[in-house]
Design a protein around this ligand. Structure first.
Ligand SMILES: CC(C)(COP(=O)(O)OP(=O)(O)OC[C@H]1O[C@@H](n2cnc3c(N)ncnc32)[C@H](O)[C@@H]1OP(=O)(O)O)[C@@H](O)C(=O)NCCC(=O)NCCS
Length: 142
């Protein structure tokens, strides 16, 4: 399958198509995941926000890495439903992790929703660990 896919920075893909892909492929959308917001966000870490494109020019998968100057974060890893279980998720994560390493980032974080606990084993196999020493706290502005 890999032979028929190309990998592009998200800034080279229509943001409307990316948001539609997430909605159709089990990614929880926040109010910041709008096409307008993406148009800005794709420039922050262009080499970390990747989109896999199939031979029909349709989106096959995404991974969105961010670097805040200290740690790396990964969100919105998603593979199109009909392409799952064939190594594309691994390929996307390999690519974004390689990029983080090249940037000198030594630790990356990600969030898993409690409605999606199955995916924890997937990340464990990649070397991620659950942090029992931390609790996530968030504050939402109006
Ligand atoms: C999670 C996801 C990205 C994995 O992508 P994928 O392309 O199907 O994964 P891969 O084919 O690279 O899988 C690699 C390995 O992980 C295993 N695996 C895949 N999903 C798994 C899961 N949910 N739990 C445990 N193992 C899993 C595969 O069996 C495979 O193992 P193998 O190589 O021994 O056969 C995909 O299932 C997805 O898009 N899910 C919906 C969105 C989502 O939940 N994203 C995570 C947000 S935190």
């Amino acid at each position: 399958m890999r032979d028929h896919l190309s990998f592009k920075p998200a800034r080279d893909v229509a943001p409307e198509a990316i948001v539609a892909f997430w909605l159709a492929n089990d990614i929880s959308i926040s109010r910041t995941d709008t096409p307008d917001a993406l148009r800005e966000a794709v420039h922050a870490n262009p080499e970390l926000f990747l989109v896999a494109i199939d031979e029909d020019d349709a989106i096959a998968g995404t991974v969105w890495g961010n670097f805040d100057g200290r740690r790396g974060f990964v969100v919105h890893l998603a593979v199109r439903r009909d392409l799952r279980g064939r190594g594309l998720g691994r390929e996307l994560m390999d690519r974004v992790e390689a990029r983080f390493r090249a940037m000198g980032v030594f630790r990356i974080h990600l969030f898993v929703e409690r409605t999606n606990l199955d995916v924890i084993d997937y990340y464990r196999e990649r070397g991620f660990e659950i942090r029992d020493d931390l609790v996530l706290m968030s504050k939402t502005f109006d």
